[in-house]
Design a protein around this ligand. Structure first.
Ligand code: GLN
Length: 201
């Protein structure tokens, strides 16, 4: 599918602004676009209409049960699925991309995986640890982070912390357990943007 880029020549990345650490994602996405020298808009989105105009969407950390309920009520879930808009989900965002979790809650179900919420413990068990993706090291900030328990055949594992899966990709959808938006490292946002652009024809 050709992204909306064709419409007005400006790619639009929507940062889902229903709940969670949205401003940090907006800021780091803008930096990533600057680093890549890509002329694109990154902006907060709250409605199905705004979602519909996006070439890609980022779902932040926060409370996945709340965000899940709101994407259903606003019709945002239907638009993402119908238009196959690529999504990058961090932490609670990872949970929402899953087809299954250990808890009954509304999900997007666009990465074939089972996710366990709060897999590393509670808020007080939050930690920072260097992690590895495609051979490169990244700072990992884990806050009530989920982990992937099971993946389907089409789902690629991109990062593990010892035996625990903390990063996956299916098509242009990417989910990670941790919070790059709480660091100054823009590389994962750049990676997502490049993935979206690579499928631009
Ligand atoms: N545990 C939260 C959830 O499942 C996610 C926490 C976070 O995004 N920092 O919604």
């Amino acid at each position: 599918m050709r992204p909306n880029q064709a419409r007005n020549n400006t790619m639009k990345i929507g940062i889902l602004d229903l709940q969670g650490d949205v401003s940090e994602h907006l800021e780091i996405t803008q930096k990533a676009l600057d680093n890549l020298n890509i002329k694109a808009q990154a902006e907060k989105i709250r409605t199905a209409q705004e979602t519909s105009d996006c070439d890609a969407i980022i779902i932040s950390g926060g409370e996945s049960t709340v965000i899940g309920q709101l994407i259903v009520e606003t019709g945002i879930k239907d638009i993402i699925i119908q238009k196959k808009i690529p999504v990058f989900g961090t932490c609670a965002g990872m949970v929402l991309l899953a087809t299954e979790t250990d808890y009954e809650q509304p999900l997007l179900g666009i990465i074939d995986m089972k996710v366990k919420r709060n897999a590393f413990g509670r808020q007080k068990d939050s930690f920072e640890q260097e992690i590895e993706i495609f051979g490169d090291k990244y700072p990992g900030v884990f806050i009530r982070a989920p982990a992937v328990e099971k993946v389907g055949k089409e789902t690629q594992i991109i990062s593990q912390l010892e035996d625990t899966i903390i990063g996956v990709k299916q098509g242009r959808n990417i989910a990670i357990s941790f919070h790059p938006e709480l660091t100054t490292d823009t590389r994962l946002h750049e990676y997502f943007i490049k993935e979206v652009l690579n499928c631009a024809e």
